[in-house]
Design a protein around this ligand. Structure first.
Ligand code: MG
Length: 382
């Protein structure tokens, strides 16, 4: 695979926080990907909510299968654009490592709990997981990933937090772009969730494909499926529609980005970083249509009464866990209690709050539900 001049090159990486001997038979970005797959946080993704809570059904996407779908789309785009496929894959697999249990409901609840202590941002938490919280290497804390993977993981960040993050936060202050592999992973995420949420929403019976006739991007694919096939099961019709939709978006993103690259002609990843706008982008028409689809999903799926009821319950669990652990840190397992005591010595209440947030954010859905029951149901002995 020949890399374009603007692709990330492992031999020109800005490096790791702690220097290490070269990886031998792998490239630096392959090593990053492998470390991510072997991390504890990665295995937890299997039991974390994407939209549907894990115990609602076995076939819905979880954070893990979502991350695999993002990686698949990102790798296709990387090949189309002669970018570094290993780096795209590493970023995609790690992008949701910092997500709380119960998806966005959990993250909003934890953010509210931490309002007085700097808030909770899931992108910043993903970086915190790979920089600090994974704890199994003898020579360093975290996974000691390369700058480029970490840059891709930190997709968004408030300016206040960016100021505390050193080199990795600088681009937010300077309004620079991340490398193209990070830009690809970001949009692969959007393509993945827009499409699998249609599939999961319809499978759950919360969305009806006919409703989606009001979204032009989907309506066109439905028409093309119905024109070609007359006797499809609803499952086949849904899948034929979604696969066309993914293809349309990936094709548009490839062609539009190729045109931007041909016009701008960056000669290195640093040329890309200095630009005011990202080069990986949808055409204006597809951008508007994809945004309309997002809006549709927001109104009809994410705020569907059944999803909403689960959202409220999940928020309550997270809030009650936080309040209990913050008030009495000794309720946490001993290793977390010890970290809380040490963090409070250096950082006061902020340190304690952050330790509790790290503990809760690391929980899977079922661990959080079980822990909630253990704490609040006096009939439970342990
Ligand atoms: Mg995601």
């Amino acid at each position: 695979m020949i890399l374009a001049p603007y692709a990330a090159r492992p031999e020109h990486s800005r490096g790791r926080r702690y220097s290490e001997p070269p990886p031998g038979t792998r490239t630096e970005y392959q090593r990053d990907r492998d470390r991510i797959i072997h991390s504890t946080a990665f295995r937890r993704l299997e039991y974390k909510t994407q939209v549907f809570v894990n115990h609602e059904g076995d076939l819905f996407r979880t954070r893990l299968t979502h991350s695999l779908e993002v990686a698949q789309i990102a790798r296709t785009l990387a090949r189309n654009l002669s970018l570094n496929e290993d780096l795209c894959e590493a970023i995609a697999l790690a992008h949701d490592l910092g997500h709380t249990p119960f998806g966005h409901a959990g993250q909003d609840a934890l953010h509210a709990c931490l309002r007085a202590y700097g808030g909770f941002e899931h992108n910043a938490q993903s970086l915190r997981v790979v920089d600090e919280l994974e704890d199994k290497y003898a020579d360093f804390r975290g996974l000691n990933l390369t700058f480029e993977t970490r840059e891709g993981i930190l997709k968004h960040c408030s300016l206040r937090r960016a100021r505390t993050l050193g080199e990795i936060g600088e681009r937010f202050l300077k309004r620079h772009q991340p490398g193209l592999e990070a830009q690809v992973a970001n949009l692969a995420d959007e393509i993945a969730y827009n499409n699998h949420d249609i599939d999961d929403g319809a499978r759950a019976g919360l969305l009806d494909l006919e409703q989606l006739q009001s979204v032009p991007l989907v309506a066109r694919q439905l028409r093309s499926v119905d024109k070609t096939y007359q006797r499809l099961s609803s499952k086949q019709r849904r899948h034929e529609t979604v696969r066309r939709l993914i293809n349309v978006l990936v094709t548009d993103l490839t062609e539009t980005s190729r045109a931007h690259l041909a016009r701008t002609r960056p000669e290195s990843i640093d040329d890309v970083r200095r630009l005011k706008q990202p080069l990986i982008a949808f055409s204006a028409e597809r951008r508007a249509e994809a945004t309309a689809l997002k809006r549709f999903l927001y109104e009809h799926l994410y705020r569907h009464p059944r999803v909403y009821r689960m959202t409220v319950k999940a928020q309550q669990v997270v809030q009650e866990l936080f309040a209990a652990f913050f008030d009495k840190p000794r309720l946490m397992p001993p290793e977390h209690f010890e970290i809380a005591v040490a963090a409070e010595k250096t950082n006061g209440k902020h340190g304690r709050a952050r330790t509790v947030a790290d503990f809760i954010a690391g929980m899977t859905d079922r661990y959080a539900l079980d822990e909630h029951e253990r704490l609040f149901d006096p009939r439970r002995l342990r």
